[in-house]
Design a protein around this ligand. Sequence first.
Ligand code: ADE
Ligand code: ZN
Length: 378
Amino acid sequence: MLNRRSLLACTLVLPAVSAALFRPRPARAWNGEAAGPEMGAFIAALPKAELHVHLEGTLEAETKFALAKRNGVALPYADVEAMRKSYVFHDLPSFLAVYYEGKTVLIGEQDFYDLCYAYLSKAASQNVLYAEMFFDPQQHVDRGIPLATVIGGLTRAREDARRKLGIESQLIMSFMRDLGADSAMAVLDAALPFKRHLVGVGLDSDERDNPPNKFRAVLAKAKAEGLKVSVHCDIDQADTHEHIRQAIDDIGVDRIDHGGNVLERPELVALARSRDITFTVCPLYSGWLGRGSDKPINVLRGMLDNGLKATINSDDLAYMGSNYIQESIALAQPDSHLTRAELVSPSRNAFEAAWIGEPQRARYMERLDDFARRYLTA
Ligand code: ADE
Ligand code: ZN
């Protein structure tokens, strides 16, 4: 089984080269609907919700360069192209080095605004009606950037995007599990005065020796404060099945980010179904189990066939070939053998699992039902 290091080696090197290259070939013959211009138009028009995107991971090379110039930050690249070429990773430390370098250009409130507004503009252009976006506060407060600056910029961008572009969104504050539980608790306490701007908390970063239960107290406190909880269970990690079990059983999460290894344990599939867990799958990162083996398992297909709820998302898209949600769905469609009717279900699952009020959900469902009536009965 792949560990995180080898997984990153095969998932993160290749997107910079070609997103298509690292997708295993679909294993079985399929007589379903082929990818093509009609399928492309269907996917473009599909009303979407994004539930798994890291704002720091949306920092496109052009924006990073522009912000570096604005803030007088020296980057070790001659131009955007050279920087983009540096988005080649061979293991976790080299991924993190490039990923975390991005934060150095994010300094003022306007920088966080620009980051968030750029993502929401692109998402709105792809018929994303609603987005829940992670941000990592510790990446910034640990550099002396006040939380008010980070949350202030992101919140102003969300409000402008709602007014000007019609896209609605909320923020999920994610704890970096490799910084430990005390650091997570400290940043939660610091964030409570801004609680009205947050909908939930997450748990991301390096999972090795960092099981969900290590963060039980901070996640329980966040819940007691009325925040929702979603936990990353990256695929093919050490102890991944136990991490998934803890997330569902001990923490009582509302959703799991990635979580594809659930498919390897029938008892976990049953547990996830009984608790109505939704999995936010990112096809370019967590779309396959056992990549490189002769029997890779397609996660979306497996979840669909096992009656699990899955959504399609874009994760750290700037580092994964700039594939936003529409491109992610288009790449997942042939890999997961999704018919047009089946492609509606990740959107439906996302609107159902979104942390929003019922009137807002009903509005989105109406849009989706209208779309399905128009496109599936034609
Ligand atoms: N940080 C940013 N993206 C992440 C992911 N997909 N898994 C874990 N940590 C992350
Ligand atoms: Zn993620």
